[in-house]
Design a protein around this ligand. Structure first.
Ligand code: AMP
Ligand code: MG
Length: 320
């Protein structure tokens, strides 16, 4: 995996790799990002695979400008004021996805909301403009390890997973962006970071306390996890009346009202790429439940099963 000095030709090369669905690490003012074309489900699945995260957390989607953010999400007055004050810069805003938002549902972990940020770094900006699409990018480290602030950190941790690293030298801030939800229910801090809660409150007024997880599931509130409205039946074999089937692998049982197959070849990266889109498609009132075939508990199957178990609990109890 080459480490490139960021000049026009290497930035264009990196953008071409992203456009093909490969992963590229790039510098921002906060930490190095593990970037994927945010509109490509499979590329986003590779991000989770590379980080070896046991869960699908929603990723921050990077955009070059406020105009690019407005094309993906609905920004209210407060969100606009925040972008005017802090963008480009280390503030991510969580806002509602537009219905026609082309960003992968895996990148937003099935949620109706999306975290957006415009990085204050000339290499990140040049990469975004060369690609012409949003870039989903969590910190470029294996889950549980320190966030990388140099290209060497990235190479050591994730070198074999990325097709290129753009070396912008050490990150100026070296601390993650602050994440603030900006939704009809109010504004609240989801993650403290480079911009203080006080300076955010100066722009949007007092921040509300984060809603408790159970409150967050009330209609319209920010859900911390996506759960379908239909009951989920895991480890399903035979069909019950009127069930939809979320299948996996080549041997699909008969008798279901409809079937979506996460991966007929039994490929877990492909299955992760399809998970949220297919759950959304099957979650329709004409079915009695969504039955889910067993998914192997390895690689991305661990995160897939984690999310399915949470979703199955969410429909039968108050847990999330
Ligand atoms: P990282 O992946 O390390 O950059 O962290 C991303 C942070 O943004 C996590 O704290 C996520 O929970 C948060 N985040 C990203 N997207 C969303 C979203 N749609 N809704 C709520 N939080 C989000
Ligand atoms: Mg991180």
């Amino acid at each position: 995996m080459p480490i490139y000095a960021p000049i026009q030709s290497t930035i264009e090369k990196a953008a071409a790799l992203l456009a093909e669905g490969d992963l590229v690490a790039f510098p921002t003012e906060t930490v190095y990002g593990l970037g994927a074309d945010a509109t490509n489900d499979r590329a986003v699945a590779l991000v989770f695979k590379a980080k070896a995260r046991p869960q699908f957390n929603p990723l921050i989607v990077h955009v070059p400008s406020v105009a690019a953010a407005e094309a993906l999400a609905e920004l209210d007055d407060r969100a606009r004021r925040l972008t005017q004050r802090f963008w480009p810069g280390p503030l991510s805003i969580v806002v509602k996805r537009r219905t026609d938002c082309p960003v992968s549902h895996l990148a937003t972990a099935g949620l109706e909301t999306i975290a957006l940020r415009s990085p204050d770094h000339h290499v990140a900006q040049a990469l975004l403009r060369a690609l012409g699409r949003p870039i989903a990018a969590p910190s470029a480290n294996v889950s549980g390890r320190l966030s990388p602030t140099t290209a060497e950190h990235v190479a050591k941790d994730l070198g074999r997973h990325v097709k290129a690293i753009l070396d912008g030298g050490p990150c100026r801030i070296g601390l993650e962006s602050s994440v603030v939800a900006c939704l009809p229910e109010g504004a609240w801090l989801l993650r403290p970071g480079a911009i203080s809660a006080e300076s955010i409150a100066e722009v949007v007024g007092p921040l509300r306390p984060a809603p408790a997880a159970d409150v967050a599931r009330a209609p319209g509130m920010l859900q911390s996890h996506y759960a379908p409205a239909l009951p989920l039946r895991l480890e399903a074999g035979r069909a019950n009346a009127n069930e939809a089937l979320l299948a996996f692998g080549g041997q699909v049982p008969n008798g279901f009202a409809t079937v979506r197959n996460l991966s007929p070849e039994g490929n877990l990266t492909e299955a992760a790429a399809h998970l949220f889109a297919y759950l959304h498609e099957l979650d329709r009132p004409e079915f009695s439940a969504i039955a889910v075939m067993p998914i192997p508990e390895r690689d991305l199957g661990i995160a897939i099963n984690d999310r399915l178990r949470r979703a199955a609990q969410g429909t039968t109890s108050t847990g999330i």
